[in-house]
Ligand binder design. Structure first.
Ligand SMILES: [Zn+2]
Length: 490
């Protein structure tokens, strides 16, 4: 179950629709403005199509040796949920066909619209072709695309486009790996190999080193596992031309049993996805590195398993985190904030310009938002409106929640500096964010993303699989706005 992304050769030509079938490409996706649909169906060329359309069938035709799939998209496309749904639907019409060569032709769009649609369709097509790991017999993976011919000739940054597809694909691949194949040690092995291949600096803070550093919150969770696989893995991509530095932190619980607060009533099923946040951090690093963006990235993966065993941590223990704060444990199933606490402390010590953490953290966030959005917390409230808008445009939507200090009232402990979480019913997604804020200096701009959207039937943005890799695309979109990473002196 190795992850290999095969980037196709993508070429751009100013081919006309009438010349399209002259290309020796068996399948073409032909995109026409929706506003021209009626006229198109009434024309001679559209005669058979009008019948198919009235029957609600895909609009397809054979031209010479070429099979053409027609789709209609808005003449003036605006990035948003509706457009992304149309893009995923359009890509699905051809992504599942067993062809390795494809033509993508846009007819009758302005250069700006053609550029936007080409970019989104290419991303959706390539993402849909990335096979997720499967142990099922007889499931033949579809061939990879070797060549895609695009017309008209638009200008796209292919390294950035392909980097995003590859990074998101990595995040989805790792998340889909079953717990039996991706335990903490196996995950670390993969990360080590990837770092060597990509030329990233890699340091694994193992449990001995973390004990010396006083990372008692992380180690409390690590204790339950039968091996010493848990570690905080630090990766660094440092291009010579870097203008700013970003830290990406991810929760990497390879399997979450809940610990002594054991998950019941089927709640443990699917808990191999609890490392999704770390997969997003790693996938984002890969995307940035492949695109060669001039940003230094410190990526921190909090890799552990939350198990029961003779040494596993228990409610009512008091542990001390790496910044000296003492924590009274309330619920061992709130392990994510424990491993993140120490990881955030280590990440903040490297003085990044911006710190982002990703975690499949709370059921409360999912109850509040469903899986169409992920929860957003930010210690720069004046950024929230713009971040929400970036989410809408990227197709990975985030919605803000408060991070006011007075929420700390529910985290007051009789015996320690902090309660790990509020006993009983509470707005746990906000409590969790407040808890984490005690491990991030107020001077450091920080975003916390509670990944309620990590798993969503139908997908998000340009990605159609249920495991979405939510966060890679959003982060790339927000890092493209330099104001979020040029605030060193805030
Ligand atoms: Zn848990």
């Amino acid at each position: 179950m190795q992850y290999h992304f095969h980037a196709p050769i993508i070429t751009f030509h100013d081919t006309s629709l009438s010349d399209l079938a002259q290309l020796t490409v068996p399948v073409a996706l032909v995109v026409i403005p929706s506003e021209q649909k009626a006229a198109w169906l009434q024309s001679d060329a559209g005669h058979d199509l009008a019948l198919a359309d009235s029957l609600g069938r895909p609009l397809e035709r054979q031209v010479g040796a070429q099979w053409q799939q027609l789709v209609f998209l808005p003449e003036q496309p605006v990035k948003g949920t509706k457009l992304y749904q149309s893009i995923r639907d359009a890509a699905a019409l051809v992504a599942n066909l067993p062809c390795s060569e494809l033509a993508l032709h846009l007819e009758g769009f302005t250069p700006a619209a053609a550029t936007l649609l080409s970019e989104l369709l290419l991303q959706a097509l390539l993402s849909a072709r990335i096979p997720l790991p499967s142990s099922k017999h007889g499931s033949e993976p579809r061939p990879v695309f070797t060549t895609i011919h695009c017309s008209p000739a638009v200008t796209l940054s292919l390294p950035a486009l392909l980097g995003e597809v590859e990074g998101n694909g990595l995040a989805r691949h790792l998340a889909a790996m079953p717990a039996s194949e991706l335990g903490a040690s196996q995950y670390r092995q993969r990360v080590r190999e990837l770092a060597a291949k990509e030329g990233w600096h890699c340091h694994e803070w193992d449990q001995r080193e973390l004990a010396l550093r006083g990372a008692g919150a992380f180690l409390a969770v690590a204790r339950g596992a039968e091996d010493d696989g848990a570690a905080i893995v630090h990766l660094r991509y440092a291009p010579a031309n870097a203008g700013s530095k970003v830290a990406l932190v991810g929760k990497g619980i390879c399997h979450d049993s809940g610990g002594y607060n054991l998950k019941i009533n089927g709640g443990m099923y699917g808990m191999h996805l609890d490392m999704g946040g770390s997969a997003v951090a790693l996938g984002t690093l890969l995307a940035i590195s492949r695109a060669g963006l001039p940003i230094e990235v410190d990526c921190w993966l909090a890799i552990a398993e939350n198990h029961i065993g003779p040494r596993a941590f228990r409610p009512s223990e008091v542990v001390t985190a790496a910044n000296g704060k003492t924590i009274e444990v309330v619920d061992t199933d709130a392990e994510g904030r424990m491993v993140l606490a120490d990881t955030l402390v280590l990440a903040a010590e490297q003085a990044p310009d911006l710190l982002i953490d990703y975690a499949t953290l709370t059921g409360a966030c999912k109850r509040a938002l469903g899986s169409r959005y992920s929860g957003l917390f930010c210690n720069r409230p004046e950024w929230l409106a713009e971040l929400v808008e970036i989410g809408q445009h990227s197709g990975e939507r985030v919605w803000p929640f408060p991070l006011d200090e007075d929420y700390d009232d529910t985290l007051k402990s009789d015996w320690a500096d902090l309660l790990q979480c509020a006993p009983g019913a509470s707005c746990d997604h906000i409590d969790a964010a407040r808890f984490l804020s005690h491990f991030v200096p107020a001077t450091l701009p920080w975003l916390h993303i509670d990944l309620s959207g990590f798993r969503h039937k139908g997908g998000h943005g340009v990605v159609s699989s249920e495991i979405t890799g939510f966060g890679v695309r959003l982060t790339l979109a927000l890092l493209a706005q330099s104001r979020f990473i040029a605030n060193r002196a805030v």
